[in-house]
Design a protein around this ligand. Sequence first.
Ligand SMILES: Nc1ncnc2c1ncn2[C@@H]1O[C@H](COP(=O)(O)OP(=O)(O)OP(=O)(O)O)[C@@H](O)[C@H]1O
Ligand SMILES: [Mg+2]
Length: 848
Amino acid sequence: MASEPGTSQIGDFWNQPQQQLLDRLATDGNGLTSQEAAARLAIYGPNRVDSTRRRSLAADFLRRLANPLVLVLLAASIVAGLTGDLVSLVIISGMVLLSTVLDMVQERRANATAEALRRSIAITASTCRDGVMSSLPVEQLVPGDVVALAAGDLVPADGVVLEANAAQVNQAALTGESFPVEKYPGAIADAGLADAPNLLLSGSSVVGGTARMLVVETGAATRFGDIAVSLSAGSQATAFEQGLRRFGLLIARLTVFLVLFVLLARLALGKDALESFLFAMALAVGLTPELLPMIVTITLARGAQRMAASKVVVKRLSAIHDLGQMDVLCTDKTGTLTEARIALVGHPGIDGADSERAIELASINAMFETGLKSPLDKALLEHGERIADGWTKLDERPFDFERRRVSVLAEKDGQRLEIVKGAPETVLALCSTAQVASGSEVPLDDALRANVMALHDSKAAQGLRLLGVAFKDASGRSKIDTDDDAGLVFAGFCVFVDPPKQTAREALARLAEAGVRVKLVSGDAVAVARHLCNEVGLPVRDVLTGEEIAALSDGALAARVSQVDLFARVAPNQKMRIVNALKRRHHTVGFIGDGINDAPAIHAADVGLSVDGATDVAREAADMIMLAPDLGALAEGIAEGRRTYANIMKYLRMGTSSNFGNMLTMALASLVLPFLPLTAVQVLVNNLLYDLSQTGIPFDEADPRLLRRPHGWDMRALVRFSTIMGPLSSLFDIFTFVLLLTVFHVDVAAFRSAWFIESMATQIMVVLVIRTAGPFWRERPSPLLAATLGACLLVAVVLPFSPLATMLGFASLPIHLSAAIAGLVIAYLALAEFLKRFALPRKERIGG
Ligand SMILES: Nc1ncnc2c1ncn2[C@@H]1O[C@H](COP(=O)(O)OP(=O)(O)OP(=O)(O)O)[C@@H](O)[C@H]1O
Ligand SMILES: [Mg+2]
């Protein structure tokens, strides 16, 4: 197995005898002192594989400068400087610097905020330090540490198993093997990465049982650290991101085409080469939506910040887009729709009367189970902690979601029993007899079975959750083997209440209002889940069970999945199949859950959601973590997602209509006019002021109409918008040209000033019109946007009248010309306001 990635030699640490490994790590296998750990942390560094390698300030700056457009522009301005045009050199390089720094500072700040939020939900590991187990952030783990792992935990580093109890580990992310493998101590001399039974690799997860792990390698030294990170970081771009990328490409192509055309045409017309080149480059700068990455980052980071206020922490920023677009939300039951404050309300034997035997056995089972303790176990233990006194445990088969039961081998006063509790139908299927109140056993024939199931159904129909309890004599055995669970004696049920959340009904109503259909995907029984749906007001059109899903192909499942609102008794991989089927039907799917059994579905969903108290595996798979498990908070988050969408669309619409229109007209005018409509420097000033004016967009509120329904990337709508609004802008520019030349007979400097003011004013102010589908005066922009717009407009208008005017090649305008321009701007805004109803997508205008 020499060819595996990351393996430098054939044998490695997992092949070494345990004692040799312990010696090498200078530890006795009982954990480190915190002093020693601190010393090792200084040597080995934090246990983290940086996905977003933090760039130094300088490197970041240089990377931004390395933009080809910027470089060409700088080079051209240097050439201009050499030929004596020092003003161009100073202004162009100053402007490039300014906008680069602005961009960088804003983006870094936004990323830092998002990162801080993410850190607040860091994953921890139960680690032995100074002889006690404590919960430490996994970043602090060092080689030699001893970590306790239980079902639901992530393996935090590379290491070996010191002790294990039916430890089942899923290494799918690393080896592609989707079935969990059992891990146990003991080195095998020539075992490879994939088949060493004692090896635990960072990035895999514990799905059953428990283990003690010796950490051997951390951080970047882990075998698959790099792969795991690149997998999670490079995971498919969201539809919105893909759309943005395609859009960026389109703009880039148009820009190249236009700029080359202008340049060549001007050269062919015999115009000054350097001037033409500078102008063409400035046009290119003006055309590129260079602010887009910054606007996107800031909008998302700000969205994340506002969502944190409603207790939703975003791990993957771009998931916010998907959240705004999400139209189907799948949720598990316990803890999301119910309180998860489960209480035992009965423990009937087969005759329906409470049976002490049933509760005793269930409590012993819950007491000794070492896997993931479910809320059901907790309820049992709360009820009768002392019932298990005097019993000792011999062996266990922990819970897993395929078997849906826990088996424990325990002994008291020489009596050895195997005790099983689990999903009632599973347990009943394993029983051949039943115990009656007197203590004697009767055969569990079909009639009795039907009676027992009727008892079960009557409870489940009231929304009560049930576990079946069974046992058998285990004299002479000290282990539970895989097929030992047959021939059990049925002892009875444990019955629990799990009341629906007070807030659930209202939260679901809000989600429905927001155009999100909620589907319940539960491992629990149909009757229980259906009762809950009724109670919280979730309409159920159709139901599918795990058994039925197992019989359906992916295609058949996809054909039915949209109509089904309740999925019950589903296994973990079926939860994932449901999500994938919904995605196949072109839904944007969210999945919220807290268990190991939810992780695959959370991962598969467009928006994976988990809650704060969830298992590591679920939290790791999730894109967002809800600190308060309340669907109401999610409704806030959805509105936030749609707000970010709306704001990014504002910037794009601005860019593709007014800005693009202006640049286009200017390019063409440069071919027909005897002089440049604006000098290169003026174009750049124009662009800088425009950019600055738009920096308030991420802080703007969104049109309430846009918050009502899911919205996704829609290239057609964007193109339609620009084909209506762009020509409008060009039309006014041409009109301005004609007016200036034929009516006012202005000179070159005045022409440029007038045109500068006109194009700036229309470009800056039209955002007020575009930002809402309704009448623009009804919905005011946020103060920050109003401020950036106002300030930039003021600068643009004052500039030609200021002392800087001559340096920039402007001249002040006579009053009647100023008035004419003001009139033009108002006419343009009025027409834009009128035309936008044809340009905006219908669903945006009516909000549905
Ligand atoms: N600790 C346990 N001991 C025995 N049986 C259990 C235990 N935990 C769960 N089960 C059985 O397995 C079934 C599925 O587990 P669980 O209800 O946690 O799945 P789920 O999909 O997470 O459900 P939910 O939608 O309620 O969150 C339960 O309905 C129950 O019958
Ligand atoms: Mg659950």
